[in-house]
Design a protein around this ligand. Structure first.
Ligand code: UDX
Length: 437
C-alpha cells in the first residue's frame, strides 16, 4: 500500500521505516529539513537500537523516501499523523499545535477514499474534532485513531511486533471501512496473531492514556513502598520480588528507584488530569496527582541522600553522575530524572561531572552548565561520591574492586537499585540506595 507518515520524530521515523519493512511504499514527511536530510541519508536523528540498520535496508528497497513538503502526501492512500503533543509551558494540558497544524496542512492534499490515521497521543475528543476537519475538506476521506504503544529503546521491535493493535473508527464497529484498510496496513503483524481491537474514537484515545497512567501508577506505587522501606529499614527490591510473584500483580514495572521520566509518562498523566478537569471528571484522576508527587519526591530524596553522604553540604563537593538519559538504550533527556537530579545538585554548589553512553549531546543542549565526560572512570576521578542514575548495562556491570580508585572516598548511591550491595560493600564502598537498607 502507499502510505505517508507525517512527523518523523521518535514515533514517525520508526513507523515509516517499519511500514516500509512490512512491504509498503512509504513517504516520511517532516517540516524539519535537517531531520529529513539525515533520514534521507539513512541516518537516524536520535539513538534507537536497530533503526539505522532498518533505515538503510528500507531505503535500499526503494520503498522508503523522505520529504519536507506536505504535498508529498498526495497519492498515498493512508496517512499516519505521528507528530508530538508536548506539555504546554506552565500548564498540565497537552499542546496540540502540531496535531492541528498537521491536519490543517494535510486536508487539502487528500483524495477521495483516503484514510487519515492519528497515532499521536491526544486528549480524548481530539479525533472527533479532526474528523470534522476532514469532513469540511473537499475530498471524501475518513479518519481512524490508532494509538501507538512503542517504548523507546525497543521501538523497532514494538512496531514490527506490537502486543496489540487498537483501531478507533468513526462508527465504532468492526464493519467500518477503516477496519479493512488498517488490516491491510498491518497484515504482517496480524498474520502473527497480534490481537486487534476495534473501538470508537473516544475509547481508542483513552486506551493510550489509561495504559500510560497505569504504568506510571505501578512505578509510583513501588516508590511509595520504597519510602516506607526507608522509614523501617526494609528492602523494597525484595518486597517487589515477593509481591511480583502474584500473577495478578506481576513483577514488571515494579523497579523502585528514581522514578519515571521521558517524553510520555509524565506529560501524559498531566494532560489526562487536565482533560478530565475540562470534562468535569477531575475527581476520577486526583490519584494521578499523587502518582506525580511520589515520582518527583524520589528526585528530591536522591539530592538529600547525596548531601547527607557529602557531609551535610553540597557546596564544594565533586559528584560523579552515571546516566543522563531518562532510561537506558535511549539518548532522550526529556524530563529525565537523572539529569534533573544532576542539575539540582549543581545548583546547590557541587561540581557535577556527568557521563552517559549516548545522551551527552542531548544533555549538553538542555543543561550546558554541567560538565560532561566520556566514561564512568573519567567521571569518578577525584569525586566524593558516584550517583548511578540511569541503569545502562555498562554501569550495572561496573567492577567494584577496580572502579573508583581515584575517588576521594568510595561512596556510591544506587538510584536504580541495580547493583549488588554485598559485593560493593565487600569491596570497601559505602553503598546507599533508594528503598534499601
Ligand atoms: C512509555 C510506555 O511504556 C509506552 O508503552 C508508551 O508508548 C510511551 O511511554 P517509554 O517512555 O519509552 O514508554 O519508557 P518506559 O520503558 O515505559 O519507561 C518510562 C520511565 O519509567 C523510565 O524513566 C523508566 O526508568 C521508568 N521506570 C520503568 C521505572 O522507574 N521503574 C520501572 O519498573 C519501569
Amino acid at each position: 500500500m502507499k502510505l505517508s507518515v507525517i512527523g518523523c520524530g521518535y514515533l514517525g521515523a520508526v513507523h515509516a521505516a517499519c511500514m516500509a519493512k512490512m512491504g509498503h511504499e512509504v513517504v516520511g514527511i517532516d517540516l524539519d529539513t535537517a531531520k529529513i536530510e539525515a533520514l534521507a541519508k539513512g541516518q537516524a536523528p536520535f539513538f534507537e537500537p536497530g533503526l539505522p540498520e532498518l533505515l538503510t535496508e528500507a531505503m535500499a528497497t526503494g520503498r522508503l523516501r523522505f520529504a519536507s513538503d506536505i504535498a508529498a502526501a498526495k497519492g498515498s492512500q493512508v496517512h499516519f499523523v505521528c507528530v508530538g503533543t508536548p506539555q504546554r509551558k506552565g500548564e498540565n494540558a497537552a499542546d496540540l499545535t502540531y496535531v492541528n497544524g498537521a491536519f490543517e496542512s494535510l486536508v487539502p492534499h487528500l483524495s477521495d477514499g483516503d484514510l487519515v490515521v492519528g497515532k499521536s497521543t491526544v486528549p480524548v475528543g481530539t479525533a472527533k474534532r479532526m474528523a470534522d476537519l476532514i469532513d469540511a475538506g473537499t475530498a471524501d476521506a475518513s479518519l481512524a485513531w490508532n494509538p501507538e504503544f512503542l517504548r523507546e529503546g525497543f521501538a523497532v521491535k514494538d512496531t514490527l511486533h506490537p502486543d496489540r493493535l487498537v483501531y478507533g473508527v468513526a462508527s465504532g464497529e468492526e464493519s467500518d471501512p477503516a477496519t479493512a484498510i488498517l488490516d491491510g496496513v498491518y497484515a504482517t503483524p496480524l498474520s502473527e496473531g497480534t490481537p486487534r481491537l476495534v473501538a470508537d474514537f473516544a475509547t481508542a484515545e483513552l486506551v493510550k492514556v489509561a495504559a500510560n497512567s497505569f504504568l506510571a501508577t505501578k512505578i509510583s506505587f513501588i516508590n511509595a513502598m520504597a519510602e516506607l522501606c526507608e522509614a523501617t529499614g526494609a528492602d523494597v527490591t525484595k518486597l517487589a520480588d515477593a509481591i511480583g510473584h502474584d500473577v495478578r500483580i506481576g513483577r514488571r514495572f515494579l523497579n523502585a528507584g528514581l522514578g519515571f521520566g521521558g517524553g510520555c509518562l509524565p506529560k501524559d498523566i498531566r494532560a489526562f488530569m487536565a482533560r478530565a478537569g475540562e470534562l468535569g471528571a477531575d475527581e476520577a484522576l486526583t490519584f494521578l496527582r499523587e502518582v506525580d508527587n511520589i515520582n518527583i519526591r524520589r528526585r528530591r530524596r536522591m539530592v538529600e541522600l547525596t548531601q547527607e553522604i557529602c557531609g551535610g553540604t553540597l557546596a564544594g563537593a565533586r559528584v560523579a553522575v552515571l546516566g543522563a538519559a531518562f532510561k537506558p538504550d535511549s539518548d532522550d533527556v526529556r524530563d529525565s530524572p537523572a539529569l534533573d537530579v544532576a542539575a539540582i545538585i549543581g545548583q546547590r554548589g557541587a561540581t557535577v561531572v556527568v557521563t552517559d553512553p549516548e545522551a551527552i549531546h542531548t544533555a549538553q543542549r538542555l543543561r550546558p552548565e554541567l560538565t560532561y565526560v566520556e566514561t564512568a572512570d573519567e567521571a569518578a576521578k577525584g569525586a566524593d561520591v558516584v550517583l548511578l542514575l540511569t541503569e545502562w548495562k555498562q554501569f550495572r556491570e561496573l567492577d567494584p574492586t577496580t572502579f573508583g580508585d581515584t575517588m576521594t572516598g568510595k561512596r556510591i548511591l544506587d538510584g536504580r537499585n541495580v547493583l549488588d550491595p554485598a559485593a560493593w560493600r565487600a569491596a570497601g564502598w559505602t553503598y546507599r540506595a533508594l528503598g534499601r537498607p
